[in-house]
Design a protein around this ligand. Sequence first.
Ligand code: DGY
Length: 413
Amino acid sequence: MVEMARWILRNNDRGGYTVPARGLYPFQWLWDSGFTALGWATFDPERAWLELRTLFRGQWLNGFLPHIVFHSEDPGYFPGPEIWGVDHQPQTTGLTQPPFLAPVVLHLLQRDPDRPRALREARYLYPRLLALHTFLHRYRDPEGTGLVGVLHPWETGMDNSPAWDVPLARVPEGPLPPFQRRDLVHVPGEQRPREEDYRRYLYLVLAYRSRGYDPETCYREAPFLVADIGFNAILLYADEALARLAEILGEESKQPLAWLHRGLAAIEALWNEKAGLYHSLDLRLGVPIPQDTSAGFLPLLLPLPRPRVLKMRKALGRFAQGTTYLLPSVPPHDPAFEPRRYWRGPVWPPVNYLLALGLRRHGLLDEASQLEADFVALVEQAGFREYFNPLTGEGLGGKEFSWTAALYLALLD
Ligand code: DGY
């Protein structure tokens, strides 16, 4: 299995970057690259660093880091660079994704046996990471509340999570130019977002394109604006890693620590005592989105009051009821639960990986081991798939998937 996982990374390597999956996702994706680098690090640290260097070739002058870098052409994906119309070389999208990068850089720095190389690479990446975090805290939280907003479900990485149903319903389905989805060529439709979701995804892209991707205008006029608990938890975890990197590299850690402390105070407003986990916030209406999803556990990555942690342990039990494998992205008793449809039920490797990290941080070792063991069991019986049915263990979505292979390697390491 380890050989197979390494083979998948090599086979998905396009020379400096790793495609998440051949055919379905033929470019470089932001958060996939962070997870993939963790896998490369287990057998080829130099290649792990290169993954991140290559990703930052897509960074804009204002610090923004796009969620896809189109290093080469591929007509097999929609929406490609011609739909985004971004003026950058290499071509990119105009949306971002959860910034799970500073923790990866910290991890690589700590484990690379070649210390001079590791320091050189970390010094190259540090100012780029700082620019990205500065962009997010400045332009996605213009009033300095401590919560950053996302402008599109794609920015959450959890595209069709039921948490976005209500805010997304306010986004028109058109008018749109005629278009053809390409994802359905690779994966059966019942495992992917629905048609009406896609129409709104595209409407939003064109709305931001027509505003020239200007960060202030887009935030102010965004038809979809949400403080995603997953994105915010990952950003704060990354702020903490950035502060640690600053200390190691002899840089100033005051700013990342200030972001972290402000954010920790702000996410408390997203705690839901009855659910025993965190919810996202609809920033357009200023109301919480009362939908339990696996993202609501991601604040476990952060320092938290003990009562919160113990409540979340209970909530995990609720997600486990009636499932064979942890962690379903939506609890099985929820009316929105669909065990095979993308982010509406399936188990996702990066969530198990991140939550295991968080649970360990808080000393919940049995729960952490369970999430890791379930992930390993799923891969060993169903292969290196994109996501898995939590009831049956069936493998779903893309095949020979990079983040699954990489996180398998990282967990066994
Ligand atoms: C897709 O194409 O499905 C991606 O999730 C968008 O980034």
